[in-house]
Each structure stands twice: as C-alpha cells, then as structure tokens.
Design a protein around this ligand. Structure first.
Ligand code: ATP
Length: 204
C-alpha cells in the first residue's frame, strides 16, 4: 500500500517533487546532492511545512486533512539537530513521556532501546555531556520507544564512524521490520543505502 504519495508538489523557490511514492512497511532511503530538497521532503511528510502547489496524500487522504499533532505522533521526524533536556538520559525519557501523558518505560526497557541505538551509557548520564552523535542516538531511542507508524531520520549517521553507522542502521531496520514501522532515512552514504534500503529515492 502507498503510505505517502506526492504529485507535482512545489515549494516556491526551494524545491519541487514531480511524483514520489513511499510504501508502507518498507525501508526507504532518500539520496541526492546537497540542497536538492531531501530534508524539505521529510518536513512535508509530517506536515511541518505545507506546499504552495500539488498534492500530498497520507494513507490515501490529503495530508492537510489530518490533525497535525496526531499525525506527528504517527510520523516522527528526527532532524539533524535534536532537542534533549539538560538532564539525565532517564529523565529525558520521563519528560518526553510526560508530554504524552504516558508512563515512561522501566529502566530495563530504556536500556534495551539505548542498546538498540548503540548507546552503552548509564541512564544517569547527563545529556549535556554527550557527543552530537550520542545525543542523536539517545533521541532515536526515545522516538523508537514510542512505536511510531513511520520513523523519518535526517542523516542519522552523519556524526558517526563507519562501524557505529552500520550497527545503528542494522538494528534500526531490524526493529522497524519486526514492529511494522516504515523507516525513511535521508543519507549521503550510498553504500549504506544500497545495503539496507528496500527502495532508494534518488533525487539527483
Ligand atoms: N527555510 C528556508 N528558506 C529558504 N530556503 C530554504 C529554507 N530551507 C531550505 N531552503 C533551501 O531549499 C533547498 C533545499 O533544502 P534542503 O534542506 O531540503 O536540502 P537537502 O537536500 O536536505 O540538503 P543537505 O543534503 O545539504 O542537507 C536548499 O537550496 C536550501 O538552501
């Protein structure tokens, strides 16, 4: 089933997309040179921005018809600059769950999500002390724990060395397949895309 479809979409002076289809339950990687509109495409898919022209459908209905707060719970976008509170890893989980009025996972569960994202730090570590790549992966762990329908990652491996990149994408893909999460990732790493994508959208 088509999860997203775009037809003749244009954002004045920024980017245009003739026809793009993203299928449900698959891993789609978006590649293309700098400035071609990859990050903008992700923002369109969770309605962070709206097009000036054209049609974007989510599950066969215009995305503009969805309640954006609910849509963004289904379709999580992780941009390159993630936001974490100046607090411990555990308390970041607690705060994000608090916003959703949900009970946070147990320490054991949090540790599992961190492990999945190649983070082997104590839950008491303050997020201010983390590197850029670690912060991004802690945020991925929080987002994954919410079990979204769609997880969109903007250059998830740009701050990581090759083996950590490989481990992260391997684990993420496995988790998403198992939990029927549609994974969409923007990357400049063509090898990683070839290895893990079910579909590659090349915007060159
Ligand atoms: N808010 C904005 N206002 C004006 N122009 C913008 C805005 N956001 C992005 N652009 C421009 O739109 C184009 C597409 O940007 P986008 O960030 O989607 O590209 P990208 O393919 O993700 O690039 P990169 O690979 O460098 O991250 C670029 O030319 C960028 O300079």
């Amino acid at each position: 089933m088509d999860l997203f479809s775009l037809n003749d979409v244009q954002i004045q002076g920024i980017a245009s997309y003739k026809q793009i289809v993203i299928e449900e339950g698959r891993t789609t990687f978006i590649c293309g040179k700098s400035g071609c509109g990859k990050s903008t495409l992700l923002k369109l898919l969770n309605a962070s921005i709206s097009p000036d022209r054209g049609e974007i459908n989510y599950r066969g209905k215009p995305i503009a018809n969805y309640n954006t707060v609910l849509l963004r719970r289904d379709v999580i976008l992780l941009s390159q600059n993630v936001f974490l509170f100046d607090n411990t890893i555990r308390n970041n989980f607690v705060q994000f769950y608090g916003y959703r009025e949900q009970t946070p996972p147990t320490d054991e569960k949090i540790a599992e999500f961190l492990q999945l994202c190649s983070i082997s730090l104590s839950l008491d570590t303050n997020c201010q002390e983390l590197s850029g790549g670690e912060r991004q992966r802690v945020f991925v762990a929080i987002c994954l724990s919410f079990l979204p329908k769609v997880l969109m990652l903007d250059e998830p491996t740009s701050a990581l060395d090759d083996s950590t990149s490989e481990a992260l994408i391997f684990n993420l893909k496995g988790y998403c397949v198992k939990n029927k999460i549609t994974l969409i990732a923007v990357t400049h790493d063509k090898l990683l895309a070839q290895r893990y994508a079910d579909t590659i959208i090349n915007m060159e």
